[in-house]
Design a protein. Structure first.
Length: 256
């Protein structure tokens, strides 16, 4: 794979990182017990999302922290390449992810309604249309509080082969017809996989993700391994540091 194409894949990865990196589950046994009873009663898609929020944040499912910083490494394992990344998120809708790989720096983000993508080679593009809408959704710190803002329908999809699945699969259709899929564990309510499609600064993409190796950070269970696959390649993000401390506004500055 050519270096420029590798960097484009990395740019797509950091675009979706903001909205999906904080998926996880709480240790609260009370919440899991109550939610298990609900799952047994043929839940709706909204029920599954409500359970998911409680499992992540505990209590009533509302997010307590107003900001989050995540650091780790991004690796193209098949090419033996890796580099550091840092992702900053802040309510209500600010998110920036910066990576360094193959001697290049890339930044994707949204702040105060403006979204951008830094292309391989250093050029920064202001996004518009569906590409901006997709990135704004990923930047929404509390997007699961109002999925109707992004999706016209949410429905549970049963396995095509008719066999029992360990996960609930939710089909989420946007106003423009783009369709995302989310997989939630029936056992613990965690999001274990997702497929996101839409326009990006690198063109139209479909990104398949898997979330693994959950660990606790300040009461939240966060998947510390995220595998992303696109037609051009597969990469792995490993999170090793998470902080909920306030973030300075200059961290969300758009690169020149």
């Amino acid at each position: 794979m050519k270096p420029t194409l590798l960097l484009c894949v990395a740019a797509v990865a950091i675009m979706v990182l903001g909205g999906c990196a904080s998926t996880g589950g709480s240790k609260s046994p009370g919440a899991n017990a109550n939610d298990s009873a609900k799952v047994a009663q043929a839940p709706t898609a909204k029920d599954i999302i409500a359970r998911y929020k409680k499992v992540i944040y505990g209590g009533d499912g509302s997010r307590k922290q107003l900001s989050m910083t995540m650091k780790g490494t991004l690796a193209f394992e098949q090419f033996n390449l890796e580099g550091p990344f840092v992702s900053y998120s802040m309510a209500p809708d600010s998110n920036v992810t910066n990576i360094e790989i193959m001697g290049s720096k890339l930044s994707n983000g949204c702040h105060k309604g403006v979204c951008w993508s830094q292309q391989p080679g250093g050029r920064t593009t202001i996004l518009s249309g569906d590409a901006a809408a997709l990135q704004l959704q990923q930047a929404d710190y509390n997007q699961w509080d109002h999925p109707e803002r992004y999706y016209t329908s949410l429905e549970i999809v049963e396995p095509a082969d008719g066999k029992e699945s360990p996960n609930h699969k939710i089909k989420a259709v946007k106003k423009n017809g783009d369709t995302d899929y989310y997989h939630f564990s029936k056992e613990n309510g965690q999001m274990v996989a997702a497929v996101i499609e839409g326009e990006t600064a690198q063109g139209r993409m479909q990104v398949a993700m898997q979330f693994k190796n959950y660990k606790e950070f300040n009461g939240m269970m966060i998947p510390t391994e995220l595998t992303e696959s696109v037609p051009q390649g597969t990469l792995k993000l490993t999170f090793n540091e998470v902080s909920f401390a306030p973030i300075a506004d200059d961290k969300f500055a758009k690169p020149d």
